[in-house]
Design a protein around this ligand. Structure first.
Ligand SMILES: NC(=O)c1ccc[n+]([C@@H]2O[C@H](COP(=O)([O-])OP(=O)(O)OC[C@H]3O[C@@H](n4cnc5c(N)ncnc54)[C@H](O)[C@@H]3O)[C@@H](O)[C@H]2O)c1
Length: 710
């Protein structure tokens, strides 16, 4: 055979072609990069050439946990014009068409990750078999990058599983495991990974599988009907608009392309899919989402500095405090098989922590992501106690007790005596100085801040707070651990409010001032929602707890000076017993289910009666510009190393709108000169301290540089 391939193996035995992905590839994942696509194209040609002598083709993987992880995103990020994008999509489509057009049966034996282009490839095969391994998953996550699947996925998926199920997969980008994939008809059968190729071969020898495709159900019948199809698309559009508030272009473009193409031929449909891919891939929104993808990839590598010693392994955990955060942290450790010890002052507190952990598991249990046996085993693995027994086995201690420096220091110096000398000690403090806490320890180099966000099971960000005595091995071990428990680490130097709370501070403070100036709560919250924030500042303050916000605001004011001075409104609310959702009243009232039931009248009474009308964009700039200014100061002080750290921190810490690519990417795209002059204007018209432009920002503007040039 003349075919020479490096990344894909090709072999013919007994008239069956065996094509193996991930050959000669040291990486754990196989992606559809240029070379792989070129080889796959050559293989498709070879198969076409040999069509008379072949009885079938089986596609499989040489990898432990990956079939095809999707298209190479660096190829997409390199695309400059719509035409580049459309051409790239057409090139992939043409290969997959050749596979689909082969006259003999083709089988994709999916084992491990099979996403995006991988799933689109599998759909071009007659039959998909899937290994029942935990690592096996299929899906079309392109929408999460602001893209439409461009290799024929939107054409072939509805034909395989029906329109409603296909829309659900494509518009949400969700992935499915083997059992679900079989249930929805995406795969014909699931097998153990060791047997999948052998069974595919036996079936092929017996004459192949029965042709896949739609089972005849009422839904499938309905989608052939023009009117019911229209209703399916209308419902999908409504649901997209509800979920995305119309901020995201890709799902709407996907819907338009699919709806307009329902009756088109393959070639005409695919050319409109490629066109849509081209338009989206070079659009600002997709570029912003691609930027976030690259930032999350970058964060997986420890940025250093590296130490010379061994990086400790963190297998067994303990958590001090079983409150709101402690219960969540114990859950996280139990979920990651760390058999955690949860220590609190008494049994009642421990019960509450267990309740918290159990309720965190309940979602996974309901969604069948966790079996009842595993749930019980994991819950049983949490040891509840009021003493230090077993602390010698602990590798990682996370403290989550009351936010009080003296108590924390006392607790640390006592706890240290019960731990091994190589165990790491961390604090989940949200506002206290980690440098000062370290001074309470005999071995401060194994101590750091580990700041989780509330609720632990939902919030992806963890700030790793360093101080002058921390060992690089400690930071590296924590960085590795945070990734292992599937959270996003950002390394932050100690300082008031660390990273996220410090940038959140001006957002919340300015909200207080705007309300005192007479802007209504409704206008304020709506303006922020319309910017893309997940909630407005009044709602956010209610969630955080207004008493907590007052405490943190004071720490920030003390640490940062008058630019961080808060309006005093929150303090007045606390005096009135308005603490936010936890007391059922804050800016808003909350019903027994914690849902907003209207504005709180006492809070309204604290605000001016004559309301000021302010444009939405002015409100947005009043809260966003001081965040950018504070971020510039943070970069200048080297609290974090890169603008990407700021952006990732805010997206994953407070839900800064991802489609804007992050706070500093947004600032860059608006133009730093414009940002600076708007800040200076507010400095004159609103407040000289709160809007005092940072020297660092001024320097960037005078050097004609952007944040991302740093
Ligand atoms: N709640 C949040 O939103 C949030 C977010 C991030 C960080 N944090 C930080 O996490 C820490 C805990 O906050 P929380 O909201 O979970 O508090 P919490 O009041 O809900 O729980 C604190 C728990 O610590 C226990 N405790 C007190 N002294 C103890 C001791 N000596 N040994 C063992 N247990 C002791 C208390 O009994 C209580 O159960 C604080 O430092 C806080 O700043 C809180």
């Amino acid at each position: 055979m003349s075919l020479e391939t490096k990344k894909i193996s090709y072999e013919v035995t007994d008239q069956i072609a065996y094509i193996g992905f991930g050959y000669n590839n040291e990486k754990s994942m196989t992606i559809l990069d240029e070379e792989t696509l070129r080889e796959l194209d050559a293989i498709a040609d070879e198969l076409t050439k040999d069509k008379k002598s072949l009885k079938g083709a089986i596609f499989f993987t040489h990898k432990e946990r990956c079939f095809l992880a999707g298209a190479d995103i660096s190829l997409i990020s390199a695309m400059k014009t719509e035409a580049d994008g459309a051409q790239g999509a057409e090139a992939g489509q043409s290969i997959f068409n050749k596979i689909e057009d082969l006259p003999f049966p083709t089988v994709a034996c999916v084992h491990g990750v099979c996403l995006g282009g991988g799933t689109e490839f599998s759909l071009s095969c007659d039959t998909i078999l899937m290994s029942d391994d935990k690592s096996s998953m299929m899906g079309l996550p392109e929408v999460k990058l602001g893209l439409i699947p461009g290799f024929g996925g939107t054409f072939r998926m509805p034909k395989r599983i029906g329109l409603p199920a296909a829309l659900d997969l494509i518009l949400t980008g969700k992935t499915v495991k083997a059992r679900k994939a079989k249930k929805m008809g995406l795969v014909v059968e699931t097998y153990p990974k060791e047997k999948i190729v052998e069974l595919a071969k036996n079936h092929l020898k017996k004459g192949g599988f029965k042709k896949d495709g739609l089972k005849e159900t009422l839904t499938d019948f309905a989608q052939d009907n023009f009117l019911s199809r229209k209703i399916i698309f209308q419902k999908a559009r409504e649901s997209v608009l509800k979920k995305t508030k119309g901020f995201y272009q890709a799902p709407l473009k996907i819907l338009d392309t699919m709806e307009a193409g329902m009756m088109k031929s393959r070639s005409s449909y695919l050319s409109s899919e490629a066109q849509a891919f081209g338009e989206l891939c070079v659009g600002e929104q997709s570029k912003n989402l691609q930027h976030i993808y690259w930032m999350t990839e970058k964060v997986k590598k420890f940025p250093g500095p590296k130490g010379e010693g061994e990086v400790p392994k963190l297998d067994r955990g303990a958590c001090l405090g079983a409150g709101t955060m402690g219960g969540g942290i114990a859950w996280l450790m139990a979920d990651n098989d760390m058999a955690p010890i949860m220590k609190d002052l008494n049994q009642e507190a421990l019960e509450l922590g267990l309740k918290q952990a159990s309720s965190n598991f309940s979602g996974a249990l309901k969604r069948k992501k966790l079996s009842r046996d595993d749930f019980e085993r994991k819950m049983r693995s949490i040891g509840c106690q009021t003493d230090f027994s077993g602390f010698q086995k602990v590798d990682l201690l996370i403290e989550a007790i009351v936010e009080n420096m003296d108590i924390k220091k006392k607790v640390f110096s006592e706890t240290e005596k019960h731990l091994r000398k190589d165990a790491l000690i961390t604090s989940n403090t949200s506002s206290l100085s980690v440098e000062e806490m370290a001074s309470a320890l005999e071995i401060p180099d194994r101590f750091a801040g580990l700041h989780f966000f509330n609720p632990v099971h939902r919030m992806p960000l963890v700030e790793i707070i360093t101080h002058s005595k921390v060992a690089p091995e400690t930071v590296e071990a924590l960085h590795k651990w945070v990734l292992k428990v599937k959270k996003t680490p950002v390394i932050v130097k100690d300082g008031p409010g660390f990273l996220v709370n410090r940038i959140l501070m001006p957002f919340l403070n300015e909200a207080g001032y705007l309300l005192e100036e007479g802007v209504s709560m409704k206008d304020l919250d709506e303006a922020c929602l319309n910017f893309g924030f997940p909630m407005g500042p009044c709602r956010l303050l209610d969630e955080v707890g207004i008493d907590v916000a007052v405490k943190v605001a004071k720490i920030l004011h003390d640490g940062l000076g008058d630019r961080a001075k808060s309006s005093g409104l929150s303090a007045k609310m606390v005096e009135q017993g308005l603490l936010g959702r936890k007391s059922n009243k804050g800016f808003y009232n909350y019903d027994e289910n914690g849902k907003v039931s209207g504005a709180n009248e006492t809070a309204q009474g604290l605000l001016p009666t004559s309301k000021k009308s302010m444009s939405e964009s002015e409100i947005q700039m009043r809260v966003v510009l001081p965040m950018i200014n504070e971020a510039a100061i943070i970069l200048d002080e080297k609290i974090v190393e890169t603008p990407g750290d700021v952006d990732l921190g805010l997206i994953f810490g407070i839900g800064f709108p991802p489609f804007r690519g992050g706070l500093l990417r947004y600032a860059d795209s608006e133009g730093l000169d414009r940002i600076l002059s708007a800040i200076e204007k507010f400095q004159g018209s609103v407040d000289k301290d709160r809007y005092a432009p940072s020297d660092f920002l001024k320097k960037l503007v005078s050097d004609k540089r952007k944040f991302y040039d740093l």
